[in-house]
Design a protein around this ligand. Sequence first.
Ligand code: NAP
Length: 293
Amino acid sequence: MNRILLLGGSGILGSEVLVQLHQRKINYAAPSSSDLNVKDRVNLERDISEFKPNWIINCSAWTNVDGAEDSYEAALELNAVAVKNIGSLAKEFGCRVVHISTDYVFDGESSRPYGEDAPVSPINRYGRSKLQGEDVLLEILPDGAYVIRTSWLYGASGKNFVKTIAKKAIHNETAKVVDDQEGSPTSARDLAKGIMDLIERHPKPGVYHYSNTGSCTWFELAQSIYKKVGADSNLVSPISSSTLDLRARRPKYSLLSKEKWKSTGFSEIPNWESSLATLLPEILVEILKSEKI
Ligand SMILES: NC(=O)c1ccc[n+]([C@@H]2O[C@H](COP(=O)([O-])OP(=O)(O)OC[C@H]3O[C@@H](n4cnc5c(N)ncnc54)[C@H](OP(=O)(O)O)[C@@H]3O)[C@@H](O)[C@H]2O)c1
């Protein structure tokens, strides 16, 4: 019987993992960030020694990509130092760890999907902090660490691109969206199910890539959202990322290859369009609920 400690259970991904744990009647603990600050090693050790998990799922992270440029130390504390503590405590208490990482470990200069062994070379500080987290975890816990890199996560919880654009679409507002970055959106629900599959089958530890299949630009994703909510997709216009003047650079291509996931025998990953169609109604409900308050 698995006992799972979920960290970051209130986030976009964590909240979907929480649903999976609950639905599957798994014995879990999911302390909030106010009950357990993952940067606090003493409290982390207390929770692990008391709950005695055999798995830790780490969905906690510093996810403010632009903010990491100015607050790099703070991003490192969460994305690398805390991950090191999670890894060393997992080793001490004999648990395996599923840790989530990002397509932003790549520089985006490729023209074909990145495999797990492709050279990493982050072009922003968030990506660097996440890469340090991957490295330190795999080094400390080579026999029990699973690093899942994902991209463009969205879900009904938390702030995310799909939700922001869906809100504009239902109000028939215009949206200017970059058309020079290509990748794959990932439904947090699909990834949460993928994490459960991984725990069930626990294949060889290491790095795995998971995003929905197919690819698009942010502009194409926005157009698809408009169409799916019945709004006029001509309200979305393409812009170049250089016009946004963001603090952090983004890779212009970050499609992840899912060959390893497939060849490991996991169930098929859904296409991004069909997953978007599945999750969008729940996202719309969340938007409407938040607007009623
Ligand atoms: N979002 C994306 O597009 C994307 C893309 C690729 C990879 N990823 C990776 O996927 C993972 C999940 O991302 P997400 O978008 O679901 O994140 P998110 O929505 O920003 O949620 C982050 C979670 O971390 C928790 N947290 C933050 N600081 C903490 C602390 N000191 N102690 C304990 N918990 C803390 C937050 O809790 P509170 O809410 O209480 O602060 C929240 O539950 C991350 O590793 C991220 O790097 C995300």
